[in-house]
Unconditional design. Sequence first.
Length: 434
Amino acid sequence: MMPRSLLARTFFLLALLVLLTTAGWLSLFRFIDAEPRARESAQLAASAVNLIRASLFAAAPEKRPGLFIEFSNREGIRLLPAEASDQIEALPDTRFVRLLQRELEARLGSHTRIAAAVDGIPGFWVSFRLDEQDEDEYWLVLPRERAARNFAQHWLSWSLLAIFLALAMAWLIASRISKPLKAMARSALTVGKGQIPEPLPEEGASELRSLASAFNAMAADLERHEKDRSEVLAGISHDLRTPLTRLRLEAEMSIADPAAQQAVVADIEQMESVISQFMDYARTESGEAPMPTDLTGLLQHIAERQACIGRPLEVAIEPLPEMMLRPKAVTRAVTNLIDNAWKYGAGPVKLTAAAVHGEIWLKISDGGPGIPESEIERLKRPFTRLESARTNASGTGLGLAIVDRIARLHGGRLELNNNPQGGLTACLHLPIRQ
C-alpha cells in the first residue's frame, strides 16, 4: 500500500501526520468547546424563562395573551401549557445535551425538562413553572438553533486552509529531499554505463551537499582511472604488437619447415587476437559517441564481410528505423556473436533482425550443442569459458562479456537461449532511440 518513490512516501507520511494532528486538534477543540456552549445556551434559555416569569407576574391578566403574541412575533418564543398527553421527542443523548440539561436544572430547578419536539412540533422545548409551589407546568418553545451545537464555520475554514498550506509545505519539503537524490540516481546510471556524468550541484542541506561532493569526487576519480587505463592498454597494445610483427616476419623468413612456420604464425595470430580482444573489452564503453545509424545497412555490410571470409550467413533482416547507436560498438558485438556461433557451435548460422515492442531484436542462431541453462548468466562474465558443452574453447572468455557491455551501454540487454531443435540463439535487444 505504501508508494514506491521517496517523494511519494515522504509526502504521504507528512500528509498523514498533518491530517492526524489536525483531526486531533479539532476533536480536542470540540470537546473543550462543548461546556461553554452548553452553559451559554442554558443561560439564554434560563434568562428567557425568568423574563417570561417576571413579565407574567407584572402584567395584568387581561394583557397576558397580548404579551404571549409579542414574545412570539419579536423573539420567536412561544408559550404552551404542558399536558400529560404530550408526545415528547428527546434530544440526542450527547455530551453537549447532557451538559445543557445539567445547567438548566441548576438554574430552573430539578423538574426542568428539555425536548426536541412535542406533539410533532420541532423546536427547543424547555419546561418551567411560575414558582416552585405551582403544579402547573408550561413549555417554552425556543428556536431549535438555541440547542444546536454548530461547529463554527470560520474554524472549519481556517482548519481547511491550514491543512492545505501544511500539505503544500509537505510537498515542498519532500520534493527538495527527493530532487537531488533523483539527480544522483540518474548520474549513477550514467556512471554504470561507463560514461562521465555532469557534476551534481552541491547545494541544499549539509548532508546532501556532502553526498553530492563525494559523488562528484568519485566520478572524477573514475574518469581519471578510465583515462589512465586507456593510456596503459594503448601502450601495451603498441609495445606488444611491434615485436609480434617482427616475430611473424622472422618466422616467415627463417623457418624452413612449412609446418613449423605455419604453427608459429598461428600462435602469433592467436596472441594478436587475444590482444585485440583485451583492447575491445577495454574500450567498449568509451571513445565513441552515439550517432544516427542505418542499422539495416550496417547488418547487411556485416553479412557481406562474413561471406567474403568464407562464413556465409542465412540473413533475414526486416526494414529497421534509423536510430542513435554507436556503430563500431554494435558491429563489434554482432561480429563477436557470429564468431562465437562459428567457433563454438555449428552451421548453419542465421542472422535475423526485427523491430519488436519498441526494441530491435538482433538474433544470431547456430546449430551447435547449445549450453546448459545453469551456465547462461555465468558466461556473460569476463574471462569465463564453458569447457563441457561447447568444446574447443581457446579464446580469452571476453567475447560475450564485450557484447553484454555494449548492450548495456545502449540501454539494452543480451539474452542466450537454447533452441528447441538444437543450437543456441543469442539475442541482442536494443531500445529504439531516434
